[in-house]
Design a protein around this ligand. Structure first.
Ligand code: BG6
Ligand code: MG
Length: 219
């Protein structure tokens, strides 16, 4: 694999913990439909698109809904989710993320976003992070969900680099697979048990540097 020219970041669970807000909004939807939705259930929605998340939720509750109702409920869930997102502040950026971005900038490494979320721009604006990104690819730009590599390949293309020169940061198994399917190296953010296909895994960005990235990939 080549030298590192760019780092592509997933958003939810990597840059910010939005899973808790997705959880509250999905749970109130499930409760409205008459069944419970636990935090453990919510784990299954990480990295998964909005409509696929609703399908999983319906599976959990054992309910069957027509397409029109599904679209309405997904929109309703998103309205509630947005209420929380619009209250977010830069304090919610996960520890070490901004320092790592600064380190990458200082080393001349390009930064891209590769997220399944259609709310990515809103979230980046709330966190005041938009200007750090040289390219942004989100759920409004792709037609295929992770583990398809489309979102990361588009990011690499926008930056003008080969996949072999890009490193992806991901907290979801499907995201790690998407990076590998795209011919990119991947750093897992979270637990090595779940993200075992990544080149290596770190619990978060606290104390993480470009030097540690290089040495971790060369091991
Ligand atoms: C991913 C999250 O980043 O985005 C998923 O991990 C979420 O949980 C997906 O379902 C789509 O998000 P949104 O904001 O478009 O509903
Ligand atoms: Mg994620």
């Amino acid at each position: 694999m080549g030298t590192i020219s760019a780092c592509i970041f997933d958003l939810d669970g990597v840059v910010v913990d939005t899973a808790k807000y997705h959880y509250i909004a999905w749970k109130s939807l499930a409760n409205g439909l008459g069944f419970d939705f636990t935090e453990e259930d919510n784990e299954r929605l990480k990295g998964v698109s909005r409509m696929r998340s609703l399908e999983i939720l319906m599976e959990i509750g054992g309910v069957d809904l027509d397409e029109e109702t599904q679209l309405k409920l997904a929109a309703k869930k998103n309205e509630e989710y947005l209420e929380y997102i619009l209250k977010m502040t830069p304090d919610e950026i996960l520890p070490g993320v901004k320092i790592f971005f600064e380190d990458l900038k200082a080393k001349g490494i390009k930064i891209a976003l590769g997220s399944a979320s259609k709310n990515a721009m809103t979230i980046l604006e709330q966190l005041k992070l938009t200007s750090y990104f040289d390219a942004i690819v989100d759920g409004t730009h792709v037609s295929k969900a992770k583990p398809d590599p489309e979102v990361f390949l588009k990011g690499a293309e926008l930056l003008g680099f080969e996949p072999a020169n890009c490193v992806v940061f991901e907290d979801a198994e499907a995201g790690v697979e998407a990076a590998i399917n795209g011919g990119m190296r991947c750093v897992g953010i979270g637990s090595p048990d779940i993200l075992n296909k990544a080149n290596f895994v770190v619990p978060g960005f606290e104390g993480f540097t470009f030097e540690k990235l290089e040495s971790g990939l060369n091991k």
